[in-house]
Design a protein around this ligand. Structure first.
Ligand code: ATP
Ligand code: MG
Length: 405
């Protein structure tokens, strides 16, 4: 009998038909990377991944698996010979480890190996009887017991685990299975949460931040890189964070454009620079933290007017979220405490007193006619800094070559 971790795939992965294998290979890779285990520690069966870990590795790996998208749930488990005696032994160990008195319990048997000679019902009865015999104060409850002992009979092995040890994974799709996207990352609460949601749908997300130095300080940039650090824990890969200088653009806009349109023109300028990065680095979509109606720039009219500047796929995962939902999500993923730090971001420094709530694309184009749009975009992109962001380190990397972008 040995210990391992049983991981259940998100049920959606099972529906992928011919692509299922590609999704599963990605999931296994990501599980191993998050757990920092070599490839020979994973074993793959339909709907299940088994990770072999030592007792010392167990807690660290369980913690890391909670951040791997595509994992529906996972639990430390016993692997035994595929017979009732061995599985019964594992059930007894599980029961003992609960240290419960007068507990209610049930046994649930799954027979993935149809040639297993005992029916699931019969196996449940026999294993249940074994437990009752050892723990006379316990009783069977098949609706809502304190403990489910789960046993799965598969070809060559049986696996047993306790409902009390099973943890929920984050679900979704394995990062990378849906391709690459770029997230507009401000220092706010919304954009990191939006980036996280895009990752949960299998996008490998990198970040771009527009930095308004000297109107905003180094702290604003650091804050954003710290948010990227948290995101990299979920990505299971480093996040490439591009920091683009935005002060020149903002100054020009502030001089030439009516104040009520500033925010919208800033965003269109961000989109233009982001599009260059996307083309150069093959990102398929731009992820933003926009939310319908939350701030003046986010009316349907304004979203449409902003989007008209650049033709690209925009993803707005939070579009229908209430702020309370976004805050709850940000807390759960670990970005909230960073987001609420006070350092100003570029748009707060240039916030219009009376922003227009129903702009048109035409009005924005007319306002932008007074701006050297291409030259400003060039300056933004040519000043890009690239940071390779991991959970516990931020390294500046060589600036990307965006000349042909
Ligand atoms: P957030 O909490 O994400 O800042 P918000 O509700 O404050 O969002 P805005 O500040 O208007 O709304 O920003 C809307 C979106 O524009 C952000 O979610 C983000 O995706 C993008 N954005 C805003 N400022 C920046 C910036 N300095 N760098 C990169 N992206 C930005
Ligand atoms: Mg903001």
């Amino acid at each position: 009998m040995n210990r391992l971790i049983l991981v259940k795939d998100a049920p959606e992965i099972g529906l992928k038909g011919k692509n299922r294998n590609r999704f599963r290979q990605r999931l296994i890779q990501n599980l191993l990377r998050a757990a920092e285990l070599p490839p020979d520690r994973a074993r793959d069966e339909p709907g299940r991944v088994y990770l072999h870990v030592s007792a010392e590795e167990m807690d660290g790996v369980l913690d890391a698996l909670g951040r791997v998208f595509g994992a529906h749930s996972f639990a430390p488990a016993y692997r035994t010979e595929p017979n009732l005696d061995a599985a019964g032994e594992a059930c007894l160990r599980i029961a003992e480890s609960t240290r419960l008195e007068n507990a209610s319990f049930g046994v649930r048997v799954k027979r993935a190996d149809r040639s297993f000679p005992v029916s699931s019902n019969e196996a449940e009865r026999r294993l249940g009887a074994l437990l009752l015999n050892r723990f006379p104060s316990w009783r069977v409850d098949l609706t809502a017991p304190d403990l489910w002992a789960h046993v799965e009979f598969r070809h060559g092995s049986a696996y047993a685990y306790s409902s009390l040890d099973e943890r929920a994974g984050p679900g979704g799709m394995p990062v990378g299975a849906s391709g690459k996207a770029l997230a507009l990352l401000s220092g706010g609460i919304d954009s990191p949460a939006a980036a996280w949601m895009a990752m949960r749908r299998g996008l490998s997300v990198d970040a771009v931040h527009f930095h308004s130095f000297p109107f905003t300080g180094e702290k604003a940039k650091e804050k954003c890189l710290n948010l990227a650090r948290v995101l990299s824990r979920w990505k299971t890969l480093p996040v490439n964070a591009y920091v683009l200088p935005f002060a020149e653009t903002q100054t020009a806009v502030a001089q030439k454009v009516d104040q009520s349109l500033w925010t919208l023109v800033f965003r269109r300028m961000m989109d233009r620079a982001a599009l260059r990065l996307m083309k150069a680095r093959r990102y398929r979509a731009l992820v933003t933290g926009d939310n319908l109606g939350q701030v003046a720039s986010q009316t349907v009219e304004n979203l449409a007017a902003m989007d008209a500047a650049v033709d690209m796929l925009r993803l707005r995962p939070l579009i229908a979220y209430d702020k309370v939902d976004t805050i709850a999500l940000a807390r759960r993923i670990g970005t909230y405490e960073i987001s609420i730090l006070p350092y100003e971001d570029c748009c707060t420094a240039f916030a219009p007193k009376q922003p227009k709530t129903k702009a048109t694309a035409r009005a924005l184009e007319q306002a932008e006619a007074a701006l050297p749009v291409e030259a400003l975009t060039d300056a933004c992109v040519n000043g890009a800094q690239l940071y390779r962001v991991r959970p516990d380190s931020v390294e500046e990397a060589d600036a990307p070559d965006l000349k042909n972008a």
